[in-house]
Structures are given as structure tokens and as C-alpha cells.
Ligand binder design. Sequence first.
Ligand SMILES: NC(=O)c1ccc[n+]([C@@H]2O[C@H](COP(=O)([O-])OP(=O)(O)OC[C@H]3O[C@@H](n4cnc5c(N)ncnc54)[C@H](OP(=O)(O)O)[C@@H]3O)[C@@H](O)[C@H]2O)c1
Length: 278
Amino acid sequence: MKVMIIGGTGLLGKALVREWSGDDVLALGSRDVDIRQAARVWEIVQGERPQWIVLAAAYTDVDGCESDPQRAFAVNRDGPANVAEAAKTFGAKLLFLSSDYVFDGKKASPYETGDPRNPQGVYGRSKAEAEVRLLDILPEVCIARTSWLFGTGGKCFPDTILKLAATRPALDVVDDQRGCPTYTVDLARGIIGLCRKDATGIVHVTNSGDCTWFEFACEIIKSLRLETEVRPVSSQQMARPAPRPAYSVLAATSLRRYGIEMPSWKDGLRRYLEERTP
Ligand SMILES: NC(=O)c1ccc[n+]([C@@H]2O[C@H](COP(=O)([O-])OP(=O)(O)OC[C@H]3O[C@@H](n4cnc5c(N)ncnc54)[C@H](OP(=O)(O)O)[C@@H]3O)[C@@H](O)[C@H]2O)c1
């Protein structure tokens, strides 16, 4: 099978490249193809003729999206539409990465794939609008929503916590946002499984279990037996430009339909910390 990973230089893209074996995988960064340029997208899909395209490219700076909505919608909504048009024309299957931020966070139980989208910020809106466009262009698209990624090869929450813990005796971490931290290695394996099963429709793919950012930070500090104190604070105390959902736990029901089970986030974190500090 020939697979094209667009966004192959990102946090998830690098894990996909490492984990994907037995198929012919071509990983592309923004220098190879800028998805905002329809003609270039068309050219590369026509030239390579992949059976699957995994679209992991995005403008992922959630706060940056608030100050540059034009870029957010161009990269996160219009770019994916260009890729979907090319996939449709050249008969490629498409798996698109989306986000828990398409939800408003007002639910108190895990979000199912059919729950209504109601994004709160520009990033979430750009992803939600991309989902709608893609389902229209290519109804058999697979949309894999995920959340709170961590892994090697880029900036991520555990990395930030460990850098701060190295220089500060105490850290303030938000305790009123709950979600599912997801190890890029486990997500990559889930995505590969979905492609091999010819998945279509919306699927939620995260590690199992959930926590707040504060609980996540405590687990990181505890795992490495560090002395740093972690203090819970509210989102209001740590004001950021983009609103974040208070609750964005994604239900695993849709993934189980494909016979795929994800490890717990604590297990993922343990393996990440081992990988990071061998
Ligand atoms: N990170 C999270 O916590 C999180 C949570 C939920 C969903 N997601 C989704 O999961 C996917 C992967 O996220 P990630 O954290 O791996 O992203 P990332 O590390 O920020 O990497 C972004 C990737 O997109 C590429 N890219 C950016 N602009 C592009 C453009 N105009 N044309 C083509 N490629 C472009 C980058 O290429 P270069 O590096 O070569 O410029 C890079 O490969 C994204 O769709 C994201 O929205 C992420």
C-alpha cells in the first residue's frame, strides 16, 4: 500500500513515520507541499498516486489562531479541502486529523462522534468547518479526532513541565480543563489500524482515561520522583488568548467498532518518559 503523510514533519507525523512498517510511506512537510496551494497539492497527489493520504498538517498554535484567523482557516480548513478534492480526483482514501476543540466542553460525560460541534475559538472553528467541508467533498473520508498530544520530536506538555521543574520549586497548573492526554506513538498505531481497516466516518482516537492539566503535571512529577510542588489554579488565573473547553473527553465507542483498544494515558506517559530519558 502506498501512503502519503502530509504533516509528516510534525509531532504526530514523526511518530507515524516511525511506527508505520510494511507499506510504502512518503512523509511530506510544508516545504514539500503547502496545502494552501491547490495546484501543488493536485500535482503531488497526481504524481504519487497514494492509496491513503493521512492529513496531519495543521496550524496548531491555538492562541496564534486567535490573532491570525486568516492563516488558521487557510491552513486548517481550506488546505484540507484542497487535499480532499485531489484525493477524490485521484481515488485516494483520506484520513484527516481533527480535534476535541470542535466541542464547547459543556458536557459532563464523554463526547460521542455524533454530538453537535460548537467550537469556542478560532482553531476549533477552523477544524469544525474543515470536518463539514471534507464530509461534503469526500463522504467516505475518515475523520480521526484526537486530543492533548505528547511525544518526542516537538513541543509538548510533559516536556514543558520538565523544563520548568528543572528551574522552579513550584508550578501553577490549570485544574479546570479535563481531557484525554494522548501519546503520539499510540495515536499513530491507532491511525495505522484505521487505514488498514478502511475506516470511514468520524472516529475518536485518544488514550483511555482522562485528567486535568494539573493531574497530568502531578503524574509527570511523581513518575520522575521530582521534588517540584504542583499547585492547582483556574483557567481564569492563567488567562490565555483562546478559550479552551472545560471538558473535552472523547468517548472510545467509535474506535472499538474497529476492534481497536487504546492504552491508558498513564501507560503512554510512562513509555514516553522512558523514550525521552533512556
Ligand atoms: N497537538 C495536539 O495536542 C493536537 C490535539 C488535537 C488534534 N491535533 C491535530 O493533530 C494533527 C497533528 O498535530 P501535531 O501536534 O503533530 O502538529 P505539529 O507538530 O504542529 O505539526 C504540524 C505539521 O503541519 C505541517 N504544516 C503546517 N502548515 C502547513 C501547510 N500550510 N502546508 C503543509 N503542511 C503544513 C507542518 O510542517 P512543517 O513542520 O514542515 O512546517 C508539520 O508537519 C493536526 O491536525 C492537529 O490539528 C493535535
